[in-house]
Design a protein around this ligand. Structure first.
Ligand SMILES: [Zn+2]
Length: 380
């Protein structure tokens, strides 16, 4: 337990998070509906809502479409999305994207920079992230910036402060949270990039409550993130699901991880660029038929394993799949059906992501929002 808070204060903080989460997940609603839904007394609700109104985190007013008769909007509570902000950061292979996001993880302002993987150390890149974040939030009062969420390219430590390993960047033990907090004085949390994307879609996307939700991000490699029962899946010490390193080819080419024949050696942007002899702008729209067939075949071999092991209700395919033509998705769906276990293949949907903005930026922001506002301090 956090020693700065008494048990009474802890209960209040718990109630406050319950109310904020319900307003986020169930939408604007009258006080009475909130109280009923959360099982809180009218007195408690008055206290909690009063505090949230004082802090400017919620507003009370006419709310349409909350179970009232047509033309008679009722008075309801809703989150003021622009009341606070977080900064989401996506660290990729040679690029960093940042976004100043509101309480619904919408990107309000963004920035990015390229870095030279060979010439710049991780610490130098983090110093540039601090500079960019500082510029992005220059006109946000310090008490309105809740924190920073870094979507890191690989496993993170259990305390969510370090990126333990990135095989594609060749980085180890990058202490993003310590370095950014020291530079900016803003609370920082670090999570696996694709798990953070899955979290963002689960919290703020149009997923129709799909559970489990598996997010697969194909770009430099193939990353995966899973949300089960509304919670990011973090197995073991590092909480990583390494879909990209499932072996799909015997005697395949060597992978950055040290093994051979891994999924991401034949399903990734660099592989497609190599096959095309150029860097494509929309890789899956530009691949010749035979190469697309092979790619879909390998990808669905990996996805079928994920379906058979994890039984996801929804697979979101992001990264280079996001702008892919719909027929590419149809091919993936058909190939997956042919490989996955009967009952499981009937329930899984394969769709493209629904949130705007850069997926990792929105992901990092969602982790920060969970950690610093909606879920609590532990971020676990
Ligand atoms: Zn590998």
């Amino acid at each position: 337990m956090d020693q700065r808070y008494s048990p009474v204060q802890d209960v209040r903080r718990h109630h406050r998070r319950l109310v904020l989460r319900s307003l986020r997940d169930d939408g604007p609603q009258p006080r009475a509906d909130l109280a009923r839904r959360l099982g809180l007394s009218a007195t408690t609700m008055t206290k909690v809502v009063g505090q949230l109104l004082d802090e400017g985190l919620v507003a009370e007013g006419a709310v349409e479409g909350v179970g009232q008769r047509v033309g008679r909007p009722s008075t309801g509570i809703q989150i003021r999305a622009d009341a606070r902000h977080v900064i989401g950061v996506q660290v990729g292979a040679g690029t960093v994207q940042l976004g100043l996001c509101d309480l619904r993880a919408q990107v309000r302002r963004s920035a990015s920079f390229a870095f030279d993987l060979a010439a710049e150390s991780p610490e130098q890149v983090v110093a540039r992230i601090a500079e960019a974040a500082s510029g992005l939030s220059a006109d946000v009062p310090a008490d309105r910036l809740l924190g920073i969420g870094v979507a890191a390219p690989g496993p993170v430590d259990p305390a969510h402060r370090r990126n333990v390993l990135s095989v594609n960047l060749g980085w180890r033990e990058v202490a993003f949270a310590d370095l950014l907090e020291a530079a900016l004085g803003v609370p920082t949390v670090v999570d696996h990039n694709v798990r953070s994307m899955a979290l963002a879609e689960s919290r703020y996307g149009e997923t129709e409550g799909a559970d489990p939700l598996l997010y697969v991000y194909v770009r430099t490699g193939v990353g995966a993130g899973l949300v089960i029962g509304g919670r990011p899946f973090r197995p073991g010490a590092y909480g990583v699901t390494e879909l990209g390193h499932l072996r799909v080819l015997e005697k395949g080419r060597p992978c950055a991880c040290g093994a051979t024949g891994c999924l991401e050696t034949v399903v990734s942007e660099p592989y497609i660029a190599e096959q095309l002899g150029r860097r494509p702008s929309n890789p899956l729209a530009e691949l010749p038929e035979a190469l697309l067939d092979d790619l879909v075949d390998h990808l669905t071999t990996g996805l079928a394993s994920a379906v058979n092991l994890l039984n996801p209700e929804l697979i979101m395919l992001g990264g280079i799949f996001r702008p892919a033509p719909e027929p590419v998705f149809d091919r993936v769906r058909a190939a997956l059906r042919a490989k996955a276990f009967p009952v499981l293949r009937d329930m899984v949907r394969v769709e493209r992501p629904t949130l705007g903005g850069d997926a990792g930026v929105v992901g990092g922001a969602s982790v920060a929002l969970d950690c610093f506002l909606y879920e609590g301090r532990t971020c676990g």
